[in-house]
Write a new protein. Structure first.
Length: 416
């Protein structure tokens, strides 16, 4: 299989310019982005991506989950495509690179192939997955999960946001309810470029993360039911305080994660206090827990310890307790052949690199179930992500896109 020459590199300035242009859509309040899935801002970002794909001569397809597939023809139309990409949706206080680097890095690969007049035997597909973040509609990686057969589409359509709006209705409202049956598109391989969202690569001064595995995740939603009462005139022994119960369970989350150090992580993310009045004892508190670990058995142990501990706390405080699993995925081992293509590309280009386990979840974690997949990571400043201050350098972005170019084009096979 012929590989691209080590002199073949992308246009880092053009990639950086495109990232900056996309970041103007759905601006945050502190330099990052708020382009949550299926909002008008998401729709505007999708349309900009669509215009860029049309300008690059790509054929766009949209599936029934709104995922966008931009196709660059290969010399063998029936050959299964090599897919590259990630997601354009962001957290409410997200950075401008999480997901976007992977989608626009994929577009840059195609733009470079066009510049150089390179043909590949296999088609190349640039993808923008719907709702990777799972912040407006849980769970994360929703569309890639339906594509991989993990979630049922009707269940996904019925997911609601905090205002009770349905995923399916919002997808239709923004005009991205496509015709293509989700999952119908078969793939030869998938490569996803993404920022690390952690500190390892920057701390070690390494250019490229060769992602061999992704850790698993369990998302729980806890509902505590107490009794609303006056914060001033209600004697302490007579209180059924959902706020107190929540505080004790949140501290328990931290204790469980630390008990499974050094790899386990745990935190809450979303917290609603009802009625959220400064002089009413909370009658109901709803919050989400995010547990992660590379070992599935440890995740199960953490969830078991949480359930037992929360029941004991609810018992002692007289609170009603409901715990619902609202998201989960097993640890993933990426495809050896694809990982090797990434490692070879980094070596050919002379980049420092190391194997790494992804701390965050990504669409590639689900797609690896239906097509050989691997990921490429670049460092990010202070390992910070899911924060508007998320930052990377143009050099890091360019190096990541170069590795993506070489891994994808080698797998798609250059036609002399
Ligand atoms: O939650 C995650 O790991 C991803 O950022 N959606
Ligand atoms: Mn992401
Ligand atoms: Mn993210």
């Amino acid at each position: 299989m012929s590989a691209p020459g080590d002199n073949l590199t992308v246009n880092g300035d053009r990639l950086w310019q495109s990232i900056d242009e996309m970041a103007q859509i759905g601006p945050g309040v502190a330099g990052g982005n708020n382009r949550q899935t299926l909002t008008d801002e998401d729709a505007e970002g999708r349309r900009l991506f669509g215009r860029w794909c049309a300008a690059a001569g790509l054929t766009m397809g949209v599936d029934t989950m709104g995922t966008m597939f931009a196709l660059r023809a290969g010399t063998e139309p029936d050959a299964l495509p090599v897919m590259i990409g990630s997601h354009l949706d962001t957290q409410p206080t997200g950075g401008r690179y999480d997901g976007v680097l992977g989608v626009l890095g994929g577009l840059e690969v195609v733009r470079t192939l066009n510049d150089l007049g390179i043909k590949t035997r296999r088609p190349i597909l640039v993808v923008n997955w719907t709702n990777e973040e799972g912040t407006r509609f849980a769970p994360a990686m929703l569309a890639s999960g339906v594509f991989a057969g993990v979630h049922d589409q009707a269940w996904a359509y019925a997911r609601t946001d905090a205002q009770g709006k349905r995923f399916g209705d919002e997808l239709a409202r923004i005009g991205f309810l496509g015709e293509e049956p989700v999952g119908a598109r078969k793939l030869h391989a998938y490569f996803e470029l993404h920022i690390e969202q952690g500190p390892i690569l920057e701390d070690e001064g390494i250019d490229i993360g060769v992602v061999t595995h992704g850790q698993g995740l369990s998302w729980l939603q806890v509902t505590l039911t107490g009794k609303e009462a006056h914060t001033g005139s209600t004697p302490m022994p007579k209180r059924v305080d959902a706020g107190l119960g929540a505080a004790r369970i949140i501290e328990l989350v931290n204790r469980i994660a630390l008990a499974h150090a050094p790899l386990a992580v745990g935190a809450i993310g979303h917290l609603d206090v009802h009625p959220n009045s400064r002089n009413i004892i909370p009658g109901r508190v709803v919050f989400t827990i995010d547990f992660r670990h590379p070992d599935k058995a440890v995740i199960a142990a953490m969830v078991g310890e949480l359930r037992a501990g929360a029941e004991a706390i609810a018992g002692r405080t007289g609170l009603g307790l409901e715990i619902e699993q609202v998201g989960a995925f097993d640890p993933v081992t990426f495809d050896e052949g694809c990982v090797l293509a990434v490692r070879r590309a980094a070596e050919r280009l002379g980049y420092t690199h190391r194997d790494i386990v992804s701390g965050a979840g990504h669409d590639a974690c689900w797609i690896n179930r239906v097509a050989p997949s691997a990921m490429i990571m670049c460092p990010c400043v202070d390992g910070l992500s899911h924060n508007e201050a998320e930052e990377i350098s143009k050099e890091w972005a360019t190096a990541g896109a170069n590795v993506l170019f070489h891994a994808a084009v080698e797998t798609a096979e250059i036609v002399e």
